[in-house]
Ligand binder design. Structure first.
Ligand SMILES: [Zn+2]
Length: 370
């Protein structure tokens, strides 16, 4: 059993400036750090080294994605704008005014896509059993003609398009458990029945008016997009319930050749942007259960690409839990807060959450068709 791992130091150099969270610094807000700073990612990479986990992983080398690969998803004018703005000493913005970047962001974003591609290819080719690509900037909000939500290029979407062509794959499934709707990945494959996209997210958090249960794809892709908008406050029990009630039956029915997880840790306790309460043990359990389904449907082939997660102190525990599970190991680095946070009464799935999940399931044509 081997688990591939992608991390490049340059990912930590993606410069999102001195914003105060999501507010531009200036007379309105004292300069601080943008929410999407390097901290949570670099600290996870560091924990992977210090815990000894890195020694049990297969490091995957990364080369920048090519323009041909990026244009499988993105508009040429958009790519060129990012390249030009990224040359400037002032940097630019990916497109929504919330996603600033500094000099060199273009090259770093190409490396992030390259990391997702390398991880996908390593799993698809059988070089490793599964893989975790700890990449930055994130990608699941990036749309074909513009970046948004701190994302520049659609890392996972491009890796899937590229990998399906390269390996002649017919069916790939995406499970996005970042707390925000995976709108970019969904849009890329919205009319495509060969890629099933499933997003679990906090209802209406970001982007606004996106990720409704009724949004299920168009044309030939009708039914092949699944959205599971969970209520704020959902914890380990609610997430597992949604996985078991909707995600796993959908995966079994679709029978993908490979499962790509857009892995965000912003549904975790203490995240400054999400209002969910998932803990490191919750992520461990979610990964363990997903691996059982992957064993059943696609020989265990799972590729995870890192998305959001903005708690610099808690993301490392959540990331370790997921990657340890993928690698079928544990380290001595423990989440000591589990004693408190796993015991919260709201970690158990609540009756009203069960009802909400049932209601979402009842709307899904993918699961109702025979
Ligand atoms: Zn997110």
């Amino acid at each position: 059993m081997s688990t591939g791992y992608v991390w490049e130091e340059i990912y930590g150099w993606h410069n999102t400036g001195n914003w105060a969270g999501a507010v531009p610094a200036g007379l309105n807000a004292q300069p601080y750090q943008h929410f999407e700073s390097a901290e949570s990612k670099q600290r996870l990479a560091s924990a992977i080294e210090v815990s000894g986990l890195a020694k049990e992983l297969t490091k995957i080398s990364v080369v920048p994605a090519t323009i041909d690969q990026i244009t499988m998803v993105h508009d040429s004018l958009y790519i060129e704008r990012i390249r030009k703005d990224s040359e400037s000493t002032f940097g630019g913005d990916a497109g929504d005014g919330l996603s600033p970047f500094g000099t060199g962001a273009y090259e770093i974003a190409l490396m992030a896509v390259g990391g997702a591609i390398a991880a996908f290819d390593a799993v698809a080719s059988g070089e490793v059993d599964n893989a975790y690509a700890l990449v930055r900037p994130p990608g699941h909000h990036a749309r074909p003609e513009t970046g948004m939500g701190f994302c520049i290029f659609g890392n996972a979407g491009i890796a899937i398009k590229n990998g399906m062509k390269k390996f002649g794959l017919k069916k790939v499934a995406v499970v996005d458990w970042d707390v925000h709707h995976g709108n970019g990945t969904q849009e890329i494959f919205y009319a495509d029945p060969n890629v099933l996209t499933i997003s679990l997210h906090q209802d209406q958090l970001f982007p606004p008016k996106s990720g409704y249960a009724k949004d299920q794809g168009i044309d030939a892709g009708q039914g092949f997009a699944i959205n599971i908008p969970l209520p704020a406050g959902s914890g380990n029990g609610a997430y597992l319930e949604a996985l078991k009630e909707i995600v796993f039956p959908a995966l079994e029915k679709f029978a993908p050749e490979i499962i790509v997880v857009c892995c965000g840790f912003d549904a975790a306790m203490t995240d400054p942007l999400g209002r969910m309460i998932v803990t490191a043990s919750g992520y461990r359990e979610m990964t363990r259960e997903l691996m059982k389904i992957a064993d059943k449907v696609c020989g265990g082939k799972i590729v995870m690409t890192h998305e959001g997660g903005y708690s610099p102190t808690y993301v490392p525990f959540c990331g370790l839990a997921v990657i340890e599970t993928l690698a079928n190991t544990t380290t001595e680095m423990k989440d000591v807060l589990a004693e408190f946070w796993d015991a919260l009464p709201d970690q158990k799935v609540q009756e009203w959450q069960v009802e909400r999940i049932k209601n979402i399931k009842s709307q899904l044509t993918f699961l109702s068709d025979n």
